[in-house]
Ligand binder design. Sequence first.
Ligand code: GLN
Length: 556
Amino acid sequence: MTTKFIFITGGVVSSLGKGVAAASVGLILESRGLNVTLMKLDPYVNVDPGTMSPYQHGEVYVTDDGTETDLDLGHYERFTHTTTSKLHNLTTGKIYESVINKERRGDYLGNTVQVIPHITDEIKERMRLLAKGHDVVIVEIGGTVGDIESLPFLEAIRQFRHELGRFNAVDIHLTLVPYIAAAEELKTKPTQHSVRDMRAIGISPDILLCRVDRPLPDELRAKIALFCNVDADQVVAARDVDTIYEVPVQLCREGLDEKLLDLLHLPRSVANDTMDRWMDLVNRVKNPKRHVRIGIVGKYVSLADAYKSLNEALIHGGIANEAKVELVYISAEDIEGGNWPPSLLEVDGIVVPIGFGKRGSEGKIRAIHYARERKVPCFGICWGMQLMVVEFARHVCGISQAASTEFIEDTPDPVIYKLRDLLGVDALGGTMRLGSYPCRLKEGSKARQIYGQPEIAERHRHRYEVNQKYLPVLEEHGLKVVGTSPDGKFIEMVELSDHPWFLGSQFHPEYKSRPTDPHPLFVSFIEAALAEQDRRQSQPERAEERASIPIPEVVA
Ligand code: GLN
């Protein structure tokens, strides 16, 4: 069978949820027995998002093969069976890097190297690479039509659609149909303009996926169809929903699966049980039995997208425990003043997540101190684990100046220091320890019991590591190393046994959690947070105990 391509383009404004829409289209096609994969084309000039601030870009999603990619790839993996890799995320930077390398090698002989055909050929070549072994490739194009920087990508798609021929390619254009309160009306004009822009560059969208906050009346569908050169049944409403996991269910209700099969001349194959399982999941998300509050002590807390996979993994842990997870963002810097922030005293569990640099490090260390001393479930992820080690060294082992060389370069006690393998490497792009590596878990440890297996593989993204010189003193005081790389070179997990749940991982388990297959560490952590909630409710003195703890000194 010829591989079919579905392009997802965006119109009107950004942040309409193209990534979730693409992932949802992937899922509903999998529910028809098709083998689907997805890729994202990002128009920015960075080679990858690895060097970008989380404030600008949101989370950097890491694949098994160690590529730093766009967070939409996380949606693709959470919604569908696809496992992404370096082939699944392209940027303008990556395309130009490759074309310029070819030019330097002399591959273009005497030719003038130009956007058309050389850049567009390169983009088409990369899309073709994914066709093998897949019935459908879904290609999401970042940005909004009208952006100058996305033009080469859209031009490549125009050419590619032509080469693929009829019935082999579909463009789904995601737009906004806003409700104007003063007129008490939904307005179609922005969609008309957006489609006009698309047609001006030679792509006539086949499906218009319209974000609306209320039902889209038939007359409006007819009006959009008339102005935008599609049939009314190709205008699909994407109404606001309570959880992103409801989007595929809603698109199925709108019949988008069958519309796509028809447009692509694919048989209307019988649906498998994928959507039933997904509907069951949505029901569980919408009807929780309990409510649990998890504090995320971070430094990028004003942008929830900065912790996208973590947020989702926590929600998945909640689903497994029939609990709604309320995410309470606590700025690490707010813990550097004289008082504990009230929110920290009230959460049922604390996560200290990914982070880089110095800002916020002392606040995170204090949050860990609080959780350790007051026996509140605490999960340290990557930087969080490293700071668990620093906190333990300072306040339990008495190494008062202990630090990471990442934030105190000349510390006398570098319990965390730069990866030995990276000494002398100063370039920042793509140089961290990245991607999936095996980890061996210690018999009898909590980590081993939670995973239920002796060896695991998880994804990494770090430049610093635990300095093994300090292991004897850390272990002597009770911090257990429970996960290492099989050769013992890297410390991967630590835990405390005289604590209900205090566990740190050098890797990022959140990248591999799926709503239908929640990650065991998050399931166990949420279970422990629910137990802490029970404790607070059944023991009146617990709240008092949690509030009364002196704030430790900050090490400058
Ligand atoms: N900044 C730390 C390091 O580079 C932690 C990175 C992270 O949290 N992913 O090792």
